[in-house]
Design a protein around this ligand. Structure first.
Ligand SMILES: NC(=O)c1ccc[n+]([C@@H]2O[C@H](COP(=O)([O-])OP(=O)(O)OC[C@H]3O[C@@H](n4cnc5c(N)ncnc54)[C@H](O)[C@@H]3O)[C@@H](O)[C@H]2O)c1
Ligand SMILES: O=c1ccn([C@@H]2O[C@H](COP(=O)(O)OP(=O)(O)O[C@H]3O[C@H](CO)[C@H](O)[C@H](O)[C@H]3O)[C@@H](O)[C@H]2O)c(=O)[nH]1
Length: 330
């Protein structure tokens, strides 16, 4: 039987497929390639180009393949865009997940692990954040992810579906092989943006606000390596296969770094001075997001391996230096 990875041509999905294949699992990837790349899909995975909102295409896939569980990354995930075009997020994230769950129920596939986000919490009431803390998203993206979690919960009560929601903090880094890495266009994430400077693609990095109540005034985030995230998906799926109940887990390193500290690490990793300019705050940015991932460690046995920021940034740099245009051939 195979694992179906939706969004397996994207950043976190492609890394998860590599880990699944390395673990000897059969993998089917489905992706509409709206932000993903066929070249990111492991050659041993079977690939379907489809949109999860297309029920007919999903039916064809579920009829053709023997699927034992689903890992669902397929979503739109840009915070800023979700504020200017919220209906795109309701359509792709909520409607897409609704069609997927309808197809899963119809075809008797009853296990799903899916990408949620730290954005589900909004401005945290305390750090480190526990899964039981208040969820009050400050942007439409986080709202749709929280609504996806709630949709799973109701579908579970009615149809016996079992789910794990993984609330990631800041995904970063690249595969140790150097074959795949982060390639978003436009890029909005801090570490790849910083690395565009030593790659000659940007003159300086803008620091969005230096007047936050943090040690150097810049925002604090919890950076977690994409391969550690990938491993958590495998553990979560195995947990469901062994009869584990519906659950929600934070995934982060439990350590926060300011934007300024991340830039300093990138300077030391790349040997480039990386000029930084203070810019206005970015709307909707909480001052500080740090995960408590103790529950994932205790229940899933998850143990992040790349818990050191210089190592994480070095893995990202190895990828960006050798693939300055991502998966696009120029
Ligand atoms: N990158 C992060 O820091 C982060 C943090 C928290 C949560 N997440 C979530 O993790 C997931 C993966 O994020 P990512 O950074 O790898 O994003 P990504 O954009 O690189 O990957 C998403 C993949 O899903 C595909 N996709 C999107 N809509 C689809 C649809 N309707 N049908 C079929 N395929 C579709 C895209 O083509 C892409 O390959 C997303 O759900 C995102 O919301 C990401
Ligand atoms: O050019 C930049 C880009 C980012 N930042 C700052 O760097 C920090 C990290 O920003 P990212 O855009 O890399 O990541 P976010 O924390 O905003 O968001 C990420 O993590 C969230 C959960 O924590 C969501 O899941 C979201 O999808 C994902 O992009 C923020 O303080 C941001 O203001 C800058 O100063 N300059």
């Amino acid at each position: 039987m195979a694992i179906l990875v939706l969004g397996g041509a994207g950043y976190i999905g492609s890394h998860t497929v590599y880990e699944l294949i390395d673990a000897g699992r059969d993998v089917v990837v489905a992706d509409n390639l709206q932000t993903g790349f066929k070249a990111a899909v492991h050659p041993k995975a079977k690939f379907y180009q489809l949109d999860i909102r297309d029920r007919g295409a999903l039916d064809t896939l579920f009829q053709a393949e023997d699927i034992e569980g689903v890992i669902h990354f397929a979503a739109s995930s840009q915070v800023g865009e979700s504020m200017s075009d919220p209906l795109k997020y309701y359509d792709n994230n909520l409607h897409g997940t609704m069609v997927l769950l309808q197809a899963m129920v119809a075809h008797g596939v009853d296990k799903i692990v899916f990408s949620s986000t730290a954005a589900a919490y909004g401005e945290p009431e305390r750090v480190p954040i526990l899964e039981s803390d208040t969820t009050c998203p400050t942007n439409c993206y986080g709202q749709t992810k929280l609504a996806m979690e709630q949709m799973m919960s109701w579908v579970s009560k009615a149809h016996g579906l079992k789910y794990v929601a993984l609330r990631y903090f800041n995904a970063c880094g690249a595969h140790v092989s150097g074959e795949i890495g982060e390639a978003h266009d436009p890029e909005t994430h801090l570490i790849p943006i910083i690395l565009q400077v030593p790659n000659g693609q940007r003159e300086a990095v803008s620091v969005f606000g230096d007047d936050y109540p943090t040690k150097d005034g810049t925002c604090i985030r919890d950076y977690i390596h994409v391969t550690d995230l990938a491993q958590a998906h495998i553990l979560a799926l195995d947990y469901l296969m062994k009869g584990g109940d519906n659950n929600i887990f934070n995934l982060g390193n439990g350590v926060g770094f300011t934007v300024q500290e991340v830039i300093d690490v990138a300077r030391s990793v790349t040997g480039h001075p990386i000029p930084a300019r203070i810019a206005p705050r970015r709307a909707g940015d909480p001052a500080q997001l740090i995960a408590s991932s103790e529950k994932a460690m205790k229940v899933l046995g998850w143990q992040p391996k790349y818990n050191d920021l210089p190592t994480i940034v070095a893995s990202a740099w190895a990828w960006h230096k050798s693939h300055p245009h991502g998966f696009e051939e120029v």
